[in-house]
Design a protein around this ligand. Structure first.
Ligand code: ZN
Ligand code: ZN
Length: 657
């Protein structure tokens, strides 16, 4: 590395020997001459060169390129930079390592011109080692050969790929030192890209602001970079300033919002994109479909599907859109529609199968998930890591311990998929939920990879179901180290201690949380009204305009349920407060508020779909079971773990969640 910098300094000190303007070889007709030659070319020679260049195409394969190369030698063109540049490019396109054949070709040329140098530099910047391209640039300058704009774009790409900000800045300085390259549009765009890749958004923005001309690439490079850091406000400002907003810029915004957990903004932007009549492609659609899945909003899902179908990218035709829709419908609680799309798709790949298997699994349809997995294997679609997550989740939620063990042990042996931390987390979950807590602990302590938070989290969750505060303490101690700020772990431990009546331990955990400045994430549920509006409810919320009506419906439901023997489960409140206070807290849980509003707002007979950010508590679960029975309607609740389909007094999870 030091040598490169040394070369760089030498190159810099020799700058004064280099003409600031490009010599006339840059003109197209002169490219055909060997560098430095001043003899005019005969017509025959020109024709020969053109013919050879047309044959130098990577698509013809390596043997053909070698043939042309040999012919080129025989015809005395072994120093012709014009033809050799084309040869080097074709070899690189074919994936031949730059350091082998191309370097040899280059080495035999006495006076390589800037284009031949640049072809080699581009090769290194695409394949690596990236710093080799800087070394070549340094020797190019030492030889007194002036760069062209593509030399800089290649060098900057290499710096971006190597994440070498320092070197990138030096190349930036070179573009300014050598006449006018920094005002070149392509160089400017690549400079932005380099700074963005190296994480220096400020400098990227500065280059952007100082550019004389900008095109859509300059804007979108920056917009995408802001969206990636989650700074959607700045991305929005940039987007608004865009003179012409094309599909790429719109898509960057839509997917940016979706990936930054702002699904509503993603949908809003997509709506604006539709109003502006901008074309969509499968990337835009996948982004907006994932936003629908996050929101669990079925009405939007239908609208997006209509748009996709109108653009000829409907789920039946397009496997990417189709797979995303299968995933979305199942996450929106509509497993029937997910399966209908799945069946209608003309082509299915591993993502389609995996989405459907996971969909069945989180809806508690374990047998359907297993059956589809076997069908998939029969169609010779090779399962991947995600497929096995789906199958194992199915086993876990279905309480199928033996099948889970069988699948887990066959992963590597039969399908060549090495289990990673996530698969171990599923296996611990399977054992833990079924009550085999010691076996789950042993697996966690002896697994070949270091268990991540997900594995210990699965064990902690199982300890809550089976009320085992001792193993819970072991799991929690690891979790507090691995994820010191994940509030959920502290809450689960509080809950487990509260269920065991260990109030001193509860208050110790709370003290620990306060010490770290952690605040409980408020429970939040939401419901999509008939008009397609999303109504949000927080625990204990009285802000909704129809709050008193909601309260009235809940009081009424509670009375009717009591007549059927329902009793509030006070242990679901992890606070050491009076019984009456516990009863009041329980009635304010967000999913109950959403349910009451859902009953007021929906048409009779259609299922009520509620989404929740946290896990549903035992009391709300039993309340939902009871209400589904007395009103004779299906209630579907998506919590952060899975779907619960409450029907006729029972839940699809079999009280096992
Ligand atoms: Zn609750
Ligand atoms: Zn349930």
């Amino acid at each position: 590395m030091a040598a490169i910098f040394r070369n760089f300094r030498t190159a810099r000190s020799s700058l004064r020997h280099i003409p600031r303007q490009l010599p006339p070889y840059a003109a197209d007709r002169d490219l055909r001459r060997p560098y430095g030659s001043s003899f005019p070319l005969s017509e025959d020679r020109k024709q020969l060169e053109s013919r050879l260049v047309s044959l130098l195409d990577g698509r013809h394969g390596l043997p053909r390129l070698k043939q042309v190369h040999a012919h080129l030698y025989r015809r005395g063109l072994d120093q012709c930079c014009y033809v050799l540049t084309k040869l080097v490019r074709a070899l690189t396109e074919l994936g031949v390592p730059v350091g082998s054949y191309q370097r040899l070709v280059f080495g035999q040329v006495q006076h390589p011109n800037p284009f031949l140098y640049t072809a080699l530099i581009r090769g290194y910047s695409a394949q690596g080692p990236f710093r080799e391209s800087i070394g070549l640039y340094a020797s190019m300058r030492e030889e007194g050969v002036g760069p062209v704009s593509f030399t800089f774009t290649a060098l900057l790409k290499a710096c971006g790929a190597a994440l070498d900000l320092d070197l990138g800045r030096q190349v930036h300085a070179q573009t300014m030192l050598i006449g006018g390259f920094c005002s070149d549009l392509y160089v400017g765009n690549t400079l932005i890209g380099m700074y963005v890749s190296c994480g220096d958004l400020g400098s990227g923005r500065k280059v952007f602001d100082e550019m004389l001309h900008r095109d859509v690439i300059s804007w979108t490079t920056l917009i995408v970079a802001y969206t990636k850091t989650g700074d959607m406000a700045s991305a929005g400002d940039l987007f608004d300033g865009l003179p012409v907003k094309d599909m790429v810029a719109w898509t960057a915004m839509v997917t940016g919002f979706a990936q930054n957990a702002k699904p509503r903004d993603a949908l809003q932007f997509f709506k604006r994109m539709q109003d502006a009549r901008v074309e969509t492609d499968e990337v835009t659609l996948s982004g907006v479909i994932s936003a629908c899945a996050q929101l669990g909003a079925a009405k939007y899902a239908q609208w997006v599907r209509d748009v996709a179908e109108k653009s000829g990218l409907g789920p039946t035709e397009n496997v990417v859109v189709g797979s995303a829709m299968v995933d979305m419908y199942s996450k929106c609680g509509n497993i029937e529609d997910a399966y209908t799309i799945f069946k209608e798709m003309k082509e299915r790949n591993v993502y389609t199968y995996s989405s459907m298997i996971l969909g069945f699994a989180i809806h508690g349809l374990a047998q359907a998930a297993m059956q589809l997995f076997h069908e998939m294997v029969e169609t010779e679609t090779k399962p991947n890591k995600v497929t096995f997550i789906g199958v194992l989740v199915a086993c876990s939620h279905g309480g199928m311990v033996d099948q889970g063990k069988e699948v887990f042990s066959s992963m590597e042996k039969r399908y060549g998929v090495v289990p990673d931390g996530d698969h171990y987390a599923c296996m611990v979950d399977i054992l833990g939920r079924a009550g085999h807590l010691n076996e789950a602990l042993k697996l966690t302590e002896t697994m070949p990879v270091k268990p991540h938070g997900g594995v210990w989290g699965a064990l902690l969750g199982a300890c809550r179901i089976h009320r085992n505060p001792d193993i819970a303490q072991i799991a929690a101690s690891h979790l507090f180290e691995l994820e010191p700020h994940a509030i959920g772990n502290y809450m689960v431990l509080c809950n487990i201690f509260a269920l065991a009546g260990r109030w001193d331990d509860v208050s110790n955990v709370r003290k620990l949380m306060r010490g770290k400045g952690l605040k409980k994430n408020p429970g939040c549920s939401w419901f999509e009204s008939k008009k397609g509006e999303i109504h949000e409810f927080f625990a204990g919320d009285t802000k909704h305009p129809r709050s008193s009506e909601i309260n009235g419906v809940l009081v009424d439901l509670l009375e009717r349920l009591k007549g059927h023997g329902y009793q509030q489960i006070l242990s679901s409140v992890a606070y050491d407060v009076s019984e009456n206070e516990k009863k009041r807290i329980l009635m304010g849980h967000s999913e109950k508020l959403a349910l009451a509003f859902g009953l007021m707002d929906s048409s009779a007979n259609c299922p009520i779909r509620i989404m929740k950010n946290l896990r549903i508590c035992e009391d709300c679960h039993s309340f939902m079971c009871g209400v589904s029975h007395i009103i004779g309607r299906e209630i579907i609740v998506r919590d952060n773990m899975r779907f619960h389909h409450f029907k006729g007094g029972t839940c699809s999870c079999g009280n096992f969640w």
